[in-house]
Design a protein around this ligand. Structure first.
Ligand code: NAP
Length: 318
């Protein structure tokens, strides 16, 4: 197969050298001149104008997620015709919808779920998610040979809809990156003591910070499910923190009196004169809380907050 890689950064090099060693005829182009590195792997580095004029069976987009559309649009539409257009972005709905709209056929969206750190020595058993879309007869053989390459590398092939991919990776890959990045200030102690669990966390941190900041931010911004998962995680962290460290809530005497008044009113007592500060002498014409609530909070509001978290997070709210 003749394969062209656009974007010869960390990941482009990682897959390019394997493809070249496998026997594919690999060429690449990038914003930066990677001639020297490419030569080492028996790959031809070409300037964009020369790359564009080459004949190839498959073109792989391995640019950053942020620059994906810009890079795609910098080539004439005719360039993408009559070849398999493959992307390896770590988010899938975004490039799939873009390619679907722009070229509409011969698309192979993929996400090798591993990288230069996690699969340094072998790709055996690593997951390769893919989703072919409207592949022509004439491209079929290139497509099959390409898929066979990943199988031969020992990857576990998983055909998956881009939308499902994004839901699942936001829950796994992104959260891992997020935790890894959050551990940036933690390091192994100078002494030799450490637990296996902590060592595993340090490994996650190393893997996460080796990947570019661009990649990390894009995982957050271009996967619609990522933000929700961070919120869920933060909510859980706060809950645990509060359980661990919250000072026992000694109710103030003011609050005790307020609670008593509210209880009495609830139980039907009339003519209670509340001389507390912050009790309005008139009420707004809408049905909304306008007085101090009990220290626990307003029950209507509490029910709404619980409902919100139930719908928007994956954890049950106690
Ligand atoms: P990245 O930071 O996501 O992308 C770096 C690549 O994007 C480089 O080739 C860089 O070109 C190019 N690039 C960045 N900004 C650009 C711009 N404004 N215009 C043109 N090109 C630009 O790091 P990466 O790890 O190499 O990832 C590449 C792709 O592979 C991403 O889409 C990522 O989601 C996917 N992927 C990565 C991994 C991983 O483990 N790292 C795993 C699976 C999939 P220059 O180097 O020439 O500047």
């Amino acid at each position: 197969l003749k394969i062209g890689i656009i974007g010869f950064g960390r990941f482009g090099q990682f897959i390019g050298k394997k493809m070249s060693a496998y026997g594919f005829n690999v060429m690449c182009t990038s914003r930066t001149d990677y001639t020297e590195i490419a030569n080492k792997y028996n790959i031809r580095y070409l300037e964009k104008e020369d790359f564009q004029n080459e004949d190839m069976d498959i073109v792989i987009l391995s640019t950053s997620i942020h620059s994906f559309c810009k890079v795609f649009d910098s080539y004439p539409l005719s360039f993408w015709k009559n070849k398999l257009v493959c992307d390896v972005l770590s988010v899938k709905q975004y490039p799939f919808e873009y390619l679907q709209e722009k070229i509409g056929e011969n698309i192979l969206c993929t996400h090798p779920m591993f990288g230069p750190d996690s699969a340094k020595n072998s790709w055996m058993g690593k997951q390769f998610v893919y989703y072919p879309y409207h592949i022509h007869e004439s491209i079929q053989s290139a497509y099959e040979t390409f898929i066979t390459f990943w199988k031969d590398m020992g990857c576990q092939l998983i055909r998956m809809d881009p939308q499902i991919h994004d839901i699942e990776t936001a829950n796994s890959q992104f959260i891992t990156h997020f935790i890894g990045r959050s551990l940036e200030n933690f390091k192994k102690n100078d002494g030799n003591i450490s637990t296996d669990g902590f060592n595993a966390l340090m490994k996650i941190k190393e893997h996460s910070i080796h990947d570019s900041w661009d990649l990390f931010t894009a995982l957050a911004q271009y996967n619609p499910n990522s933000k929700k998962n961070i919120q869920t995680l933060l909510f859980k962290i706060h809950t645990i923190y509060n359980k661990l460290f919250s000072i026992k809530n000694e109710e103030s005497s003011t609050s005790k009196i307020f609670n008593k008044i509210i209880d009495l009113q609830k139980n039907g007592k009339r003519n209670i004169i509340n001389c507390g500060a912050g009790v309005p002498s008139w009420k707004p014409p809408i049905d909304t809380p306008c007085e101090y609530s009990t220290s626990k909070g307003n029950s209507v509001l509490i029910a709404k907050i619980i409902d919100y978290y139930r719908k928007n997070t994956i954890f049950d709210c106690e």
